[in-house]
Design a protein around this ligand. Structure first.
Ligand code: FAD
Ligand code: SAM
Length: 673
């Protein structure tokens, strides 16, 4: 959902002031010194990094800092400055995860101006700015310092964001930077709910420091289980708070229960090697992200070449599907889209070559009903304009550069991508690490998979698209839908099209004289032959929707194209996570309808070492990168880049759980179809 930006004034010294709180973001001329003293020195960060015992476990080699109030990012940039200096001195350090929260994000311009007074930080500001998120609630994951540093910026009220952080391993945070304006000026933030969350998320012996010495903060921290150490405050301040989380026993049962046990997301702390079955966009994202983390990957793709399944279409539209309300599905799409755009830009900056254009996507309001729906989305103001905005018919024609007499929704950061080129580029980057081996015309039997996964340092991921339904993955409710896209030769008029159009179908700008015109939607048909009858349907769908566009009425019937199978699910969300042990979970969760407190149920049992990433449906270009990032983070026991609610909504066992709650018979889903 959309957030408001911070209202900032600048003092003559250049220090930013938040108008709504009448408080400064950092002290005049002493901002970095205060960060050093209050947060970096008191948490003893440099020594803790230098003395960090690096192990064979990739997931254990991570240091997590969490901050309340990202503001100008000064604390983050200054932390990065020290971290990179140690790296330059030749030290081997743990990877850094910096999780921050912000309810009123600064605009990019205000952030830039705020930090400009500290030129030694400009390098990091320059690295962050191209990734800096729009004012959209949720987690925005960014990577800096050659991938050694991950910034998770959680936008939204801290009382909404912190309870959504997944903490499955008895502690997430090594050191808290408790910032935020003075408690007297921001009492809504500094309350018991905040202290409870700090304790819920702290690692045993995790530390916390804050500039304030307000008694409400001291009392709250002690009550939540922290041991305080009296410390001199910065400069003229008499006192500040330094605290250590030691009182594990004080955690309430609800605090100890870090997540809902039947949606548990198991990690493999000893993981060294992952076998991926697949060769499409899901497999490509996984191979790239896993090798970036130093994990060895073996890919088995059943086809003679990569990207022969759904990811083999020449061109695909890149955009999210958003409703007027921020439903879970819309949240998944919005978060996936902004992450994917950042992910693709990062691939490009690493030299990846794949056909694409960030030419925007117009969702055309081609009839009254659609126009009303679109107007409702605009009126609800749920989404930031940089994500989606309403445009008039004349603006739409101006953007499209063809006659388009319909109002529309414009997704400026969208566009089109060549999926097979993208897939190959991701695998090429994975191979460049020396950690990725690709086997085409290859698959693995169930016995081999079971054998591989008996070793806790190994895991197998099914990224098998529509074929997942035929494999030995225990019953998951797939929906298979055939689709055909046409290769439509451009006419003198259509060749001017400069943006992707979508309505019932989609139509891309011409690339090498050919538009992608798609696509049909034929349920439960898994035949991939090209059908001239569907070409007629495709063209007719466009001509009937865009009835007032003479240029599309003049398009000749395409004679070539490609058909493939989408793998979807009943709720249209991907399947991301451990393969459930269905028989066991049906036994363990057959009383869910009794609605006892969640923590009274056992942890979900899964098939050892086996995971799945599929169900990307019609929007794999949008969802695959974040879904892969989620699965890789889960496997390695790293901070999760989505809310608990979203993670639960993507868990492959969710249909079984929902059926249990409604007292329905899960397996009937399969015998019925
Ligand atoms: C007609 C059509 C149009 C589409 N248009 C768009 C669009 O405009 N925008 C968009 O974002 N998305 C679009 N999609 C959806 C998108 O293409 C998919 O969501 C995405 O490609 C799915 O990727 P995947 O990796 O999950 O599956 P796939 O690309 O199908 O890959 C599955 C892979 O698994 C391999 N495999 C299968 N079984 C085995 C096995 N037993 N062992 C080893 N390997 C195996 C296959 O060889 C294949 O490489 C469209 C889909 C279709 C069909
Ligand atoms: C003193 S500033 C933080 C300075 C920041 N750490 C820096 O390095 O620039 C406090 C921040 O907390 C944010 N904030 C205040 N109340 C909040 C809340 N309830 N939830 C999330 N962020 C909040 C403010 O918008 C502001 O950016």
């Amino acid at each position: 959902m959309k957030l408001s930006h911070a209202q900032i004034s600048f003092k003559s010294s250049g220090t930013p002031v938040a108008d709504d709180f009448s408080d400064v973001y950092f002290l005049d001329a002493h901002g970095c010194a205060e960060t050093d003293y209050v947060f970096i020195e008191q948490n003893d960060l440099l020594n803790r990094w230098l003395q960090f015992e690096l192990s064979d476990s990739i997931s254990a080699n991570v240091f997590v800092i969490a901050e309340t109030g990202f503001g100008s990012g000064l604390n983050f940039f200054q932390t990065l400055h020290h971290y990179s200096q140690l790296l330059e001195q030749g030290h081997t350090l743990p990877r850094l995860y910096f999780l921050s929260t912000e309810k009123f994000p600064m605009t990019m311009a205000d952030l830039q101006q705020s930090i400009a007074v500290y030129p030694h930080l400009s390098k990091w500001v320059d690295e962050l700015l191209p990734q800096y998120p729009m004012a959209l609630t949720g987690c925005h994951r960014m990577h800096l310092c050659n991938g050694l540093v991950t910034l998770d910026l959680w936008l939204g009220d801290i009382h909404d964001t912190l309870p959504q952080w997944l903490n499955e391993h008895d502690g997430l945070v090594d050191a808290w930077f408790l910032d935020g304006f003075a408690p007297s000026r921001n009492p809504d933030m500094w309350n018991e709910a905040l202290f409870t969350q700090l304790a819920r998320l702290s690692k045993p012996n995790g530390t916390l420091s804050t500039f304030t010495a307000a008694s409400i903060v001291k009392r709250g921290l002690v009550k939540a289980g922290y041991k305080l150490t009296k410390t001199k405050g910065f400069r003229y301040k008499r006192e500040m708070i330094l605290a250590t989380f030691t009182e594990l026993a004080i955690r309430q049962p609800t605090q100890q229960q870090h997540s809902i046990p039947y949606y548990a997301r198991p990690a493999q702390p000893l993981l060294q090697h992952v076998t991926i079955l697949g060769g499409g966009i899901a497999a490509g994202c996984l191979a790239y992200l896993l090798t970036q983390q130093g994990i060895e990957v073996s890919v088995h793709c059943k086809d003679a070449a990569l990207a022969q399944g759904a990811s083999g279409n020449d061109l695909g539209g890149f955009y999210p599907q958003l409703n007027a309300q921020a439903s879970i599905a819309s949240q998944v799409h919005a978060a996936s889209f902004v992450y994917a755009r950042r992910f693709y830009d990062a691939l490009l900056s690493q030299g990846a070559k794949f056909g694409h254009a960030w030419c925007g996507v117009l969702q055309v309001g081609f009839n009254d009903k659609v126009q009303q729906r679109q107007q409702n989305l605009i009126d609800q103001q749920v989404w930031p304009a940089d994500l989606i905005q309403g445009v008039s018919a004349s603006q739409a024609s101006e953007i499209a550069q063809v006659e388009l007499p319909y109002p529309a929704l414009f997704i400026e950061q969208g566009g089109w991508i060549s999926p097979p080129q993208l897939v190959k580029a991701m695998f090429a980057l994975a191979q460049q690490t020396g950690l990725c081996q690709i086997n085409t015309q290859s698959t693995l039997s169930t016995d081999v998979i079971t054998n591989i996964t008996s070793d806790p340092s190994q895991a197998v991921i099914y990224a098998t698209g529509a074929e997942s339904a035929r494999l030995a993955i225990p019953a998951l409710p797939y929906r298979l839908v055939r689709g055909q896209v046409e290769r439509a030769p451009a006419s003198t008029q259509s060749t001017n099209l400069q943006t992707v159009l979508c309505h019932k179908g989609y139509f891309t700008p011409a690339v090498d004289g050919i538009h992608a015109l798609g696509s049909t939607y034929v349920k439960d048909d898994v035949n991939c032959e090209y059908r001239p009858s569907e070409a007629q349907l495709n063209l007719a769908m466009h001509q009937q929707s865009l009835v007032e566009c003479p240029w599309i009425q003049a398009m000749p019937l395409p004679t070539s194209g490609r058909a493939a199978i989408r793998c979807s699910t009943p709720d249209h969300l991907p399947l991301v996570g451990a393969v459930p042990d269905v028989q066991q979970q049906l036994i363990d969760f057959n009383q869910l309808y009794q609605a006892k407190p969640a923590h009274t149920y056992p942890q979900a049992q899964n098939v050892k070492g086996q995971y799945v990433l599929t169900g990307l449906g019609s929007r794999g270009l949008t969802t695959a990168p974040l879904m892969a990032q989620l699965l890789v983070s889960q496997l390695l026991g790293l901070p999760i880049p989505v809310t608990q609610t979203v993670a639960n909504a993507l868990n492959p066992n969710r249909f079984l759980i929902r059926d249990g709650i409604r007292r329905l018979s899960y397996l009937d889903r399969f015998t019925a179809s």
